[in-house]
Design a protein around this ligand. Sequence first.
Ligand code: AMP
Length: 119
Amino acid sequence: MSYDSNNIFAKILRGEIQAKKVYEDEFALAFNDISPKAPVHVLVIPKGPYSTYDDFVNSADEAEIVGFQRAISKVLNVTGVTQTGYRLISNAGMDAHQEVPHYHVHILGGHPLGPLVCK
Ligand code: AMP
């Protein structure tokens, strides 16, 4: 999937659209999902132009990959879900119903999430 720089998360990164920021560093921005599916529902996005997990892992340099993973861990601590548990999800492409074509990781938690359900 080629990167579309007009996607909504690219606009958030450029400051053209506001988001409720939870955490930011040189590699990542984290903000609350606009339509939360759990008491904690935060999206973590890399600052570079990557469309999916595999695009990110194959195109980003090692500092970005490590920095992004560490940023996710920092957000887990900021939101407090490390105590009670959490789920990380990253949708990619049509079958996963990826809505926004900028790579992102959903952090879900804050209450029992139930089993992972796939139709
Ligand atoms: P996905 O289906 O994995 O691409 O998920 C995209 C997520 O982005 C959905 O959970 C949306 O609720 C969320 N979303 C879309 N627009 C915004 C926005 N402007 N601010 C925060 N979250 C958003």
